[in-house]
Design a protein around this ligand. Structure first.
Ligand code: GTP
Ligand code: ZN
Length: 187
């Protein structure tokens, strides 16, 4: 579990280390606020994803399903700064194994809420879908801006990193892959 008391102590120390006075009025509550914020934005470290995934039985639909533009907020594990963007998730269900569409956003949220790499987040979403519904294929594309590249270091606001993870037919069949990429790129 997340140790909020430990976070509070550490934040107080960081404030002291940067030359701030943690006892001035504006900062008094800050360690506690940061601890509560970390509990929220790192909640994915301590939740069981399988509990929130419900599979439907639906024998007719065997065509591609694409959920586009799922908003995503995560924290880069190198700098603990946010990377922010959208996730596109597609899958080609096997007969009788359909996932409620909101579950894709739930999967994204849970896997994003921990120190992450964009590449790993992309693969983990694809693998979770494969494990949940064993589809004929799954495709995940993430477009994100990393604040560690925007507000510090190389300072390139607007640079977008695009990652993809393809499983099953999306990897093996060129036409299926082209179809999903075309649908993703049609705004
Ligand atoms: N591949 C990948 N790299 C990332 C991600 N998030 C941040 N990074 C990069 O991680 C790298 C860390 O590089 P380091 O040289 O160890 O750290 P740094 O000195 O702060 O690097 P700069 O950001 O270039 O100033 C940087 O190039 C970041 O842009 C991510 O999700 N995926
Ligand atoms: Zn970073």
């Amino acid at each position: 579990m997340i140790d909020k008391e430990k976070i509070k102590k550490a934040v107080r120390e960081i404030l002291e280390a940067i030359g701030e006075n943690p006892d001035r009025e504006g900062l008094l509550e800050t360690p506690d606020r940061v601890a509560r914020m970390y509990e929220e934005i790192f909640a994915g470290l301590h939740c069981d994803i399988s509990k929130s995934i419900k599979i439907f039985k639906e024998n007719e639909h065997q065509e591609m399903v694409l959920v586009k533009n799922i908003p995503m907020y995560s924290m880069c594990e190198h700098h603990l700064l946010p990377f922010i963007g959208v996730v596109h998730v597609a899958y080609l269900p096997k007969k009788g194994r359909i996932l409620g569409i909101s579950k894709f956003a739930r999967i994204v949220d849970m896997l994003a809420k921990k120190p992450q790499l964009q590449e790993r987040l992309t693969s983990e979403i694809a693998d979770t879908i494969v494990e949940a519904v064993n589809p004929l294929g799954a495709a995940v594309v993430i477009e994100a801006e990393h604040l560690c590249m925007t507000m510090r270091g190389i300072k390139k606001p607007g640079a977008k990193t695009v990652t993809s993870a393809l499983r099953g037919v999306f990897k093996l069949d060129e036409r299926t892959r082209a179809e999903v990429m075309m649908l993703i790129n049609t705004r």
